[in-house]
Design a protein around this ligand. Structure first.
Ligand SMILES: *Cc1c(COP(=O)(O)O)cnc(C)c1O
Length: 448
């Protein structure tokens, strides 16, 4: 018998005893052990519970699950034991109290906001975010009646505070933004969010909890595209939401009626009353949003994600070491016009990176070559080891020229306005031997 199907929707929050037993573990150990402890004779690796549904002896037993009165699984569109074990591991890495996996990073961003926002509400977001997230916010969610104000991550405190409205429900930003590579001043944004009675949601995809744990700086909710470093092997699309359990929804009950007043679609349960501050947010997202939208991660993908997590600490260290070497090499190369990497002392975000990312600045470097767009295309064509893909944050070095691929519908002027100049090359440094990566860059630059 597998040990997993005992959690379930009523105890989706990571149990106190479990939190206590992983608390003493170092981060590297958590990558391998948090979230799943097999008992005598049980599988060493997290089992894939490849089942859409779960069997009960009586209808009465099952009825209690639907009312959130008993714990247990009933249907994989809402919850699956494999997913919950992997989510618990990520929660432990981030230092949170509850977590859920989603089918993609996009689903995680959408759920994270929509769980506390309805039509007529408003969100303050950093303008320096992933393009897909920007489309989700500025187009799709705007059409749902949720308004967004975008502020520069470098805005003054006055500008930041001026962005709030009485109907603001959250603040959103990325630790290290994709692709602009700006660094969010998490403490400053958290302070502003809390002064206005709303939580700070941080997309921690590029940093991962190995390099930065936003909860330690005041963030309340963390999201991930696990598709990137967490999976790390370009094998499974996925997302995750983690709750710190620290935001006091009750102190701002009028702003968050979905959490603090009875949910009629769940027999009048009040999430904060029933599941406490540590469980209310994720339980609501599971019971309502997963039930209605069903963007669950496949258990098979959760299994692959977990394999990635087991080496995340080793890979992140190597990504950072290699990327630092690549950035330093490029910065002194005469054919390189500019380099953007917050691990370089010349970088605008160096001081923030020293504070929030003391162990490294992830593996993504962007730069431009002398000669602009044409030279960038020629350079890319000549790379041998680095592969041209739209992906980033992979074990294998990969590279993208947005102007001729993902952003090709834009003219040069629009590209500059979007912060993705026609010469920008996004270089995602892998975990190969850095001598081979540097040699590849050297030979491709020599052609220019
Ligand atoms: C890729 C990415 C996303 C979207 O994730 P998907 O898994 O592709 O849906 C969100 N945020 C950041 C920072 C990303 O890099």
């Amino acid at each position: 018998m597998f040990p997993l199907p005992h959690l379930g929707i009523c105890v989706i929050l990571i149990s106190k005893s479990c939190r206590k037993c992983v608390k003493h573990m170092k981060l590297d150990t958590k990558c391998l052990h948090a979230g799943y402890t097999p008992k005598n004779g049980e599988p060493r690796q997290i089992p894939i519970i490849q089942s859409t549904t779960f069997k009960y002896d009586t209808s009465e037993d099952m009825g209690k699950l639907f009312d959130l009165e008993a714990s247990g699984y009933f249907y994989t569109r809402l919850q699956n034991p494999t997913n919950d074990a992997v989510a618990a591991r990520i929660a432990a890495l981030e230092g949170g109290t509850a977590a859920m996996l989603t089918s993609s990073g996009q689903a995680a961003s959408f759920y994270a906001i929509f769980n506390i926002c309805s039509c007529g509400d408003h969100v303050v977001s950093s303008s320096s975010i992933y393009g897909g997230t920007f489309n989700l916010f500025a187009d799709t969610m705007m059409r749902m009646g949720i308004d967004f104000t975008f502020v520069s991550p470098d805005c003054s405190d006055e500008e930041l505070n001026a962005a709030f409205r009485p109907n603001t429900k959250a603040v959103f930003g990325e630790t290290i933004a994709n692709p602009a590579l700006t660094v969010l001043d998490i403490e400053r944004f958290a302070k502003a969010a809390h002064a206005h009675g709303v939580p700070l949601i941080v997309d921690n995809t590029f940093a991962t909890p190995i390099l930065c744990r936003p909860f330690e700086w005041g963030a309340d909710i963390v999201t991930h595209s696990t598709t990137k470093y967490m999976d790390g092997h370009a094998s499974a699309v996925g997302g995750c939401i983690v709750d710190s359990g620290k935001f006091d929804w009750n102190a701002h009950a009028d702003k968050f009626p979905g959490l603090t007043t009875p949910d009629e679609s769940y027999h009048g349960i009040t999430y904060t009353e029933r599941f406490g501050l540590e469980g209310a947010y994720i339980t609501k997202a599971t019971a309502q949003l997963m039930r209605d939208f069903g963007s669950i991660q496949a258990p098979q993908n959760a299994y692959l994600l977990n394999l990635g997590l087991e080496s995340l600490h080793l890979r992140m260290r190597r990504h950072c070491e290699n990327a630092q070497a690549v950035a330093e090499y490029l910065e002194q190369h005469p054919k390189v016009a500019w380099v953007n990497y917050c691990g370089l002392p010349s970088n605008k975000y160096y001081a923030l990176a020293q504070k929030y990312l003391p162990d490294g600045c992830c593996g993504v470097v962007s730069f431009g070559v002398q000669g602009g767009r044409a030279a960038a295309e020629l350079f890319m064509k000549n790379l041998k080891l680095a592969s041209i893909v739209t992906h980033v944050a992979d074990a294998k070095t990969c590279v993208l020229h947005p102007a001729s691929t993902t952003h090709r519908q834009m003219n040069d002027e629009e590209l500059v306005a979007a912060g993705v100049g026609p010469d920008l090359i996004r270089f995602s440094v892998g975990i190969e031997d850095k001598e081979d990566i540097l040699a590849d860059l050297q030979q491709a630059l020599a052609v220019l």
